[in-house]
Design a protein around this ligand. Sequence first.
Ligand SMILES: Cc1ncc(COP(=O)(O)O)c(C=O)c1O
Length: 363
Amino acid sequence: MSKNLFRKEVASIKPYIPGKSVDELKKELGLEDIEKLASNENPLGPSTKAIEEIKKELDSIHIYPDPNCTKLKDKLCEKYNLKHENIVVGNGGEELLKIIAQTFINEGDEAIMAKPTFGKYASEVLFMGGVAHQIELKDYKHDFDKFIQKVNDKTKLIYICNPNNPTGNIMTKDDIDYLVKNTPKDVVLVFDEAYYEYAIKNDKYPDSLEILRKRPNTIILRTFSKVAGIASLRIGYLLTSSEITKAMNKMKMVFHVNRLAQAAGIGALNYDDHINKTVELNYECMSKMEKYFEENDMEYIKSNSNFIFVNTGVDSKVVFEKLLKKGILVRPGYFWELKTWLRVSIGTKEQTEKFIDALQKVL
Ligand SMILES: Cc1ncc(COP(=O)(O)O)c(C=O)c1O
């Protein structure tokens, strides 16, 4: 190629390496079953209410979806006591993270985030020509003192992944209050609460809506991909001030949230029982894993999400490959430069037993 056709930011982005599909892996490894404990999905699947709502829409898929997600926003307004003007719905949290960067980041603008954390924050900022300051975790938590030191006139966004992915632990109300108190009001705080329903079981988890009510430059991101069990439909939402939604709505595509996703989202919001059952199972299975780790002297991070981060003490690439041959798919820590760690999604009771049994044999 004689001239560089691509935007210069394209070169700064590390390509996302998606895992192979379960079907592909089964074929490749000659396995009948693979337990996928790699993407923090709901092992119980979607609620019956979500499925019912999807079925009602199946005959209308030739008609474009509602670009404003009106009915879903009605439900969210009821739930959070907010107005439509405070909500942006997106094609998964991922799309919303892209829109956030597109809305705020000019070339040279800065954003602050933890390291390791959810990779999309940095990649979207870099893609807009911004600077992504990735601050090493301290005692496996966001190091807010260092975040605060990094703030300057160019700082637009601070990302707080709470609970953090891949570590699974939370920043407490006191931690967040400290950050809010020491951050200028014209810096946007982005609270990524993808695992909110699991996290609120910890009574130290902060109330970010209360922060939003007092501090308009605040964004709260939630998703239907985790506890609601509809990851493949791609739908999430964010809550923020009307000024921010007005700007963000200019950046979104018109028909970006499909009809079935909107319907399933409404169904999911109508069914707390499914959420409660999912969260209860999650902590029951997680405690079995913790017990195994403790009995085998493995360091792990206390999690308030639907996955757990554990130090196996040996090369995670090798453990990952050996577990896969036994039909267990996890996320190896070398992705985050933590070579001996594994991130394991919490599955059903059977999946948990299979994982523990396989890990025991592999180690
Ligand atoms: C912390 C965090 N934020 C956002 C997302 C995006 O989720 P989705 O695009 O499925 O809504 C994920 C998904 O794994 C996540 O872990």
